[in-house]
Design a protein around this ligand. Structure first.
Ligand code: OFO
Length: 170
């Protein structure tokens, strides 16, 4: 059985993952409108993954005798000035998610909830990967700047990257 405290924290994370999915979806739609198919494909896929992160948590809460909450979400407020600003926000968002997962681990440990601690290890590893991916992409886009040719090639790279799975981080 989950403690009240743990359940509340997990429910907050459910909301955070759902909002992550919305953020990626908004970014995907923007990139699609701009004609950047590769970036859009990457963002659509990330959005789906975040939804799965949300579902995994929701099912865990219910499975442990708790009650998962499906709450209203904030509309993503993003700065679409450039791809650089977009990817910077993405990276910063993932860093925020990692901090939130770490807080959950803390709560699990201090409440001696070893089952939840064990469950959360999947998220800890996932966040290492997601943060690293976002950082590599951000570094690449920082190099390209606003060069149109560079962006076109980057979009193509993203297309292959999404089609071949996540192996941009070596
Ligand atoms: Fe990328 O955030 Fe989920 O875990």
């Amino acid at each position: 059985m989950l403690s009240e405290n743990m359940q509340k924290a997990l429910n907050n994370q459910i909301r955070m993952e759902a909002e992550s999915s919305q953020i990626y979806l908004a970014m995907a739609s923007w990139a699609e409108i701009k004609g950047f198919e590769g970036i859009a494909a990457f963002m659509f896929k990330q959005s789906d993954e975040e939804r799965l992160h949300m579902l995994k948590l929701l099912k865990y809460v219910n499975q442990r005798g708790g009650e998962a909450v499906v709450s209203a979400l904030d509309e993503p407020r993003l700065d679409y000035t450039s791809f650089r600003t977009l990817f910077r926000q993405l990276y910063e968002h993932e860093v925020k998610v990692s901090a939130s997962i770490n807080d959950l681990v803390d709560i699990a440990l201090s409440g001696k909830d070893y089952a939840t601690h064990n469950f959360l290890q999947w998220y800890v590893s996932e966040q290492i990967e997601e943060e690293a991916t976002a950082k590599v992409i951000l570094d690449k886009i920082d190099l390209i700047g606003d060069d149109k040719g560079g962006l076109y090639m980057f979009d193509n790279d993203m297309k292959n990257f999404t089609a071949n799975g996540h192996n941009i981080v070596q």
